[in-house]
Design a protein around this ligand. Structure first.
Ligand code: MRU
Length: 336
């Protein structure tokens, strides 16, 4: 991803390993400050996932893979480290996939640095291919809607939902992106808009509640990411995705999710069984350190919702665009 730091454009990843440390862009302080944090043990990596220094399913997975590497370097008990990392956030499947992948690679004698770097590079490569496969769905002149941040920050590089958008722009297509602000953590406004700005891609931030208005005015395609996809094609994504999907179907706008195969949890049959994270009520009641709600009011803060597969036009993956009705069949024999 290209990031402007003090006026200079630099190519960076969201998470990487360098000099025995895990390094990551602090997504809590973007877009106004670009800061890199250094982590020296898996406890710090677990905390960085919990407090959303790193966020977005594939990026969380890569951070956890590097967390397992630090646990190896520090001669820690790997089963305990795996449990601690898996206990940080419940919905994004990549977290569990990455930790199990590292346990299996290390268990079969792989060099832990190589195993974690391979995992990160594979995710980046998968996202690149998602971009190539999804770009074909975007016509010249398209108005595209997205939600939350499913860009390079959420996936280490390229993105899932943002990868086809970047690819369409790089191919010279004339596009415009509606960026839903994504209350309460504002990943759309703070992170997606930041990524699009850095690439020079035309866009506007819209209030979450205005999606129906813009979908009716003329959006050509909606592309969002996914945190976990069940065997029947239902998927969990950032809260607010479900209502966009229902409105898009009502208005005849094609609606896609984009995700690498590491986000598919085929052990879960239907969306209703995906665990949904509830986060603290202060994320809703307090804005930038100022309490807005009346004292004494409570809030409910589900981080994700589940969209049934009937609202999906397709699932954009590194292997192609899957029919959401037939996920298990399409993935039969495919190595996840
Ligand atoms: O709570 P977050 O910011 O970790 O949630 C991330 C999302 O829901 C993203 O929008 C996403 O689509 C999945 S990650 C590419």
């Amino acid at each position: 991803m290209r990031i402007s730091i003090e006026g200079e454009l630099r190519d960076m990843r969201a998470v990487w390993y360098e000099d025995g440390k895990v390094r990551m862009l602090d997504q809590k302080v973007l877009p106004h400050r670009v800061e890199v944090v250094d982590l020296e043990d898996h406890h710090q990596v677990a905390e960085s996932i919990r407090d959303m220094t790193v966020r977005g399913a594939p990026a969380i997975g890569v951070a956890a893979a590097y967390g397992m590497l630090l646990a190896c370097n520090n001669h820690q008990d790997l089963a305990a480290a795996a449990k601690e990392l898996k206990g940080t956030r419940p919905t994004a499947f990549d977290l569990f996939f990455a930790v199990d992948h590292m346990l299996s690679r290390i268990g079969s004698g792989a060099d832990p640095v190589q195993a974690a770097d391979d995992y990160a590079n594979t995710i980046v490569d998968r996202c690149k291919r998602i971009g190539e496969n999804g770009e074909r769905l975007i016509k010249d002149g398209a108005r595209i809607m997205t939600h939350c941040n499913a860009g390079a920050l959420a996936t280490v590089d390229h993105g899932t939902a943002l990868a086809p958008i970047r690819e369409a722009w790089r191919k010279g297509k004339d596009i415009f992106v509606y960026v839903s602000e994504t209350r309460p953590r504002l990943q759309g406004m703070k992170l997606t808009a930041f990524e699009l700005l850095n690439e020079g891609i035309p866009h506007a931030i819209i209030p979450d509640g205005s999606s129906g208005h813009f979908l009716r005015e003329g959006v050509d395609i909606v592309i969002v990411g996914a945190d976990r996809i069940a065997a029947n094609g239902d998927f969990a994504n950032k809260i607010g995705t479900y209502e966009k999907a229902v409105l898009a179907k009502e208005l005849g706008v094609p609606f896609y999710t984009a995700a690498p195969l590491s986000t598919f949890d085929l052990s879960i049959k239907r969306g209703e069984d995906i665990p949904i994270e509830y986060r603290g009520e202060d994320e809703v009641l307090v804005v930038d350190g100022v309490r807005i709600a009346p004292k004494g009011c409570k809030a409910l803060n589900p981080g994700f919702d589940v969209t049934p597969h009937r609202y999906l036009s397709g699932i954009i993956t590194e292997t192609g665009v899957l029919d959401p009705k037939d996920v298990s069949k399409s993935l039969k024999g495919v190595k996840l």
